[in-house]
Design a binder for this molecule. Structure first.
Ligand SMILES: Cc1cc2nc3c(=O)[nH]c(=O)nc-3n(C[C@H](O)[C@H](O)[C@H](O)COP(=O)(O)OP(=O)(O)OC[C@H]3O[C@@H](n4cnc5c(N)ncnc54)[C@H](O)[C@@H]3O)c2cc1C
Length: 454
């Protein structure tokens, strides 16, 4: 439907028809079980005028539009139904300016996350944003999912990196980046688009905060007797004002899965401090003092972690999910330090439905951190696999909500968490719905974003 009109806007070569879905494991499992994604029109605009025109066309024809970046989302936020269209932002892929004096970078939304980081690195700069999926991502997708990377304890998550945004609203009007480095001219409205999963409009560009690459890094590993003492060390480090490049605690099962050589029951802490050589070394000493009850493991765990930091690839995920009945997923929660030990115990019990149940803690703050769970197994039938998978999710979400943890630290909502969003947002759901219906009165923007249509 509408192919001819869309071709008039972007050109025939920039429209094709194919199934589109992201890396949501349940979507991959459905495909395997014989429920394929429907074919939809995928439109690839070449610039902001074309984005605006497509949205105006969609609004006047009541056709739902889902923006697409790298397609690496894991929650099914990118999962268009038949008759909807997908707006592929891959054509907006220019890095417009790298300002080495003011340490800002201006780029379009379709720029690949890894390519951008490499371009910055070649000038001794970094965005400091390293999701494990970085090569698969786009800047727009990183923003729309409110993503967080492996170095977030030092550089923050995407909301700390974005100074302002350029967006196209559903009626085809534009909002350009506002001046920085900060502004008190009303609320930071661009923040509404971070985590909106394409539900409010299309991010077409961003003004990003960048950093000089640090001169030196000191990485170490420590073995802790249990999760609680490892978490106490992480809390002490963060509350001492140290901002480690990497700070990750693997519970005993996750440590074994990742090949750390420990005694039974032990947990592995991998920590790297960074800055000028003197600062990196001095902070490493402070960390060592906080880890005095633990067994020092030297540099090997840090080197091992660096070698494997991008190992959980999309290909590996797909390979694991290939056999009939297999299931695997990750659930990233976040909670205050005082809640984390109980969250760990309860969620581990809930997800241990099929054999594989792992957890590591990363993305640390002074107030708490993210608990990242991985679970998997195999059912005799597809129905059994789906049931076990569903029980794991149900148990993890209930435990998080009961303990006051957030149900997502950085993957977002999509279809995976749609039924629990209102439980976490409470009265904020009314605010979200008002914003959504005010900006998108026709309801054309991604129907699978943040709990669905208002
Ligand atoms: C193996 C693996 C590891 C991962 N590791 C991490 C991790 O460490 N940290 C992390 O945060 N995430 C991680 N992810 C999840 C995923 O990579 C992130 O959510 C990423 O930000 C998605 O970016 P994308 O460009 O692929 O977005 P897509 O999947 O294309 O889209 C995601 C959502 O953003 C919307 N969107 C995309 N572009 C735009 C735009 N320009 N304007 C408006 N809306 C838009 C889409 O409509 C959709 O709702 C991982 C995924 C995989 C498969």
């Amino acid at each position: 439907m509408g192919r001819t009109e869309l071709e008039k806007i972007v050109g025939a070569a920039a429209v094709d028809e194919r199934p589109v879905r992201d890396m949501w494991p349940l979507g991959i499992m459905e495909e395997r079980a014989g429920i394929p994604a429907p074919k939809v029109l995928v439109v690839r605009p070449a610039g902001r005028e074309q984005v605006a025109e497509v949205l105006r066309w969609a609004a006047s024809n009541h056709v739902a539009v889902t923006p697409m970046g790298g397609g690496s989302g894991v929650c099914g936020a990118l999962g268009p139904a038949a008759g909807e269209i997908v707006l592929d932002l891959g054509g907006l892929d220019r890095v417009l300016e790298i300002d080495e004096t003011n340490l800002t970078c201006s780029c379009e939304a379709g720029v690949n996350g890894y390519a951008l980081e490499q371009q910055l690195n070649s000038r001794g700069l970094t965005l400091g944003h390293y999701p494990s999926s970085l090569p698969l991502t786009s800047v727009g997708g990183l923003i729309a999912t409110r993503s967080s990377g492996q170095e977030s304890s030092r550089y923050g998550s995407i909301e700390d990196m974005v100074i302002s945004l350029a967006v196209v609203l559903p009626d085809g009007s534009f909002a350009a980046p506002r001046p920085g480095p900060r502004s008190a001219v009303g609320p930071a409205l661009h923040q509404l688009f971070m985590g909106a999963e394409g539900g409010l409009g299309v991010v077409i560009g961003a003004l990003l905060r960048i950093h000089r690459q640090p001169e030196a890094t000191v990485g170490r590993g420590f073995a802790f007797a249990d999760v609680r003492s490892g978490l106490e060390c992480m809390r002490s480090v963060m509350q001492a004002g140290i901002r480690p490049l990497v700070l990750r605690l693997y519970d005993s099962e996750d440590a074994a899965f990742n090949g750390f050589e420990l005694s039974a029951g032990e947990c592995a802490l991998v920590v790297a401090t960074t800055g000028t050589a003197g600062v990196a070394a001095a902070e490493a000493e402070v960390v060592k003092a906080f880890a005095k009850g633990a067994k020092p493991l030297g540099e090997e765990p840090w080197q091992r972690w660096q070698r494997h930091r991008f190992d959980l690839s999309a290909e590996r995920l797909k390979t694991f999910l290939e056999p009939a009945g297999a299931y695997l997923d990750t659930i990233e929660l976040a909670a205050p330090w005082t809640v984390l030990p109980e969250l760990h115990t309860r969620v581990k019990a809930a997800i241990a439905v099929g054999g594989l149940a792992l957890c590591h803690f990363s993305h640390a703050y002074e107030q708490g951190c993210c608990a990242y769970f991985t679970f998997g197994g195999s059912g005799d039938t597809e129905a059994e696999a789906r049931a076990a998978y569903g029980r794991a999710w149900e148990g993890a979400m209930s435990a998080a909500l009961e303990l006051g943890a957030t149900i997502s630290h950085h993957h977002g909502v999509g279809q995976a968490r749609a039924r629990w969003v209102a439980d976490e947002l409470g009265g904020w759901m009314r605010v979200w719905r008002a914003v959504k219906s005010g900006i998108d009165p026709e309801g054309i923007m991604n129907p699978r974003s943040v709990g669905g249509r208002s």
